[in-house]
Design a protein around this ligand. Sequence first.
Ligand SMILES: O=C(O)C1=C[C@@H](OP(=O)(O)O)[C@@H](O)[C@H](O)C1
Ligand SMILES: C=C(OP(=O)(O)O)C(=O)O
Length: 429
Amino acid sequence: MTQQWSAPTADGPVDATVPVPGSKSITNRALVLAALADRASALHAPLRSRDTNLMVAALRSLGVDVVDGPDGSWLVTPHELRGPAQVDCGLAGTVMRFLPPAAALAVGDITFDGDPHARTRPMTTILAALRALGADVAGDALPFSLHGKGGVPGGEVTIDASASSQFVSGLLLSGARYESGVTVRHGAGASGGKPVPSLPHIEMTVAMLREAGVVVDDSAPDEWRVEPGPIRGRDWYVEPDLSNATPFLAAAAVTGGRVTIPGWPASTTQPGGAARDLFERMGCEVELTDAGLVLRGPDRLTGIDVDLRDESELTPTVAALAALADGPTHIRGVAHIRGHETDRLAALVTEINRLGGDATETEDGLVVEPRPLHGGVWQAYADHRMATAGAIIGLVVGGVSVDDIGSTTKTIPDFPGMWAAMLSLPGAR
Ligand SMILES: O=C(O)C1=C[C@@H](OP(=O)(O)O)[C@@H](O)[C@H](O)C1
Ligand SMILES: C=C(OP(=O)(O)O)C(=O)O
């Protein structure tokens, strides 16, 4: 059931400190590595939201012990993976791309399905790669099934990863447990020369594998080699989700206010780390202090010309800011986000224009020209980042409602509560 939500307007500059929950990308990587490890692991400050709860449910159905530890941690004890099992991927790219390579190590039949839109998200590449590496997979998209034989030969595979970096990350995360390890090559020929998007997310995968004692060679461009060997169980400390911090930082940016995000790491593999620079280019002051990242918004936001290929999940936030800026914004390098939770380029154009804006789709992005906006129902298309983009615009444009604010539970357990608390609304926690 979708839940329509009247976006609150800010009655002045927003001034708040907003702790944000853990990173989806780090949590779901740590869960897979913990499930395949040689001993128990603990995840500290993990994200507990739909995407990560689905990952936990899937791992439990495969025989992994995941129990609640103190202070919201998850304690993961690996066991031999076994079917039969039915995995619900929801709309989570990290579940549908990271779990099948691990499930191929199980014994038994495992089926995968997800939300209606998940069935249209690109999967063929990773399923074909798994077959090439020796797994028994039937199907090219959700729903599909896999017959686990208790091991995967592994080896070398060349794929077209231009539709999603998660194809590479998924294969690398389980590759150490394959008999010959795995070498993944992005074939420029196969992709017609299109590059791999979201490269920092692959760097995050490589960094976490190394932290778990796995030997990874990423010295050649577009090629990753994971040596066979054990994945070490360990303590994982999950950073706040920096991409999910951006709607809250945007609240300061569009109201000339000040927002502090505690726990912002001094260095990170999260692509959301690039938000600092993006906000600065749009005219904000951004400073990393002992209290966290502090952003002060300007009187007027500046439009920018920006390539977001590396941090494409920030596109909805940047587009919302662009619709409120005082000059044009050109977002490039994000053709592949047509395959995200929804076709984000089409969705952003439709919704910005529905409120009187002027957005157009290009081959690989968007152009947004500033226009005075008016209220209306902003459609989220079940996409958490579309929903939060609507909330940003609604802060300064009266009468905006988001048709499905519940979609934010994909990666934020209580977005409306956090938004109300940031605005000190009556009854906010
Ligand atoms: O590996 C990950 O955790 C992610 C990789 C990226 O996917 P794409 O490469 O499909 O953009 C990103 O957009 C997504 O939100 C999370
Ligand atoms: C693209 C995203 O998610 P997913 O992990 O489902 O691909 C996202 O969160 O912006």
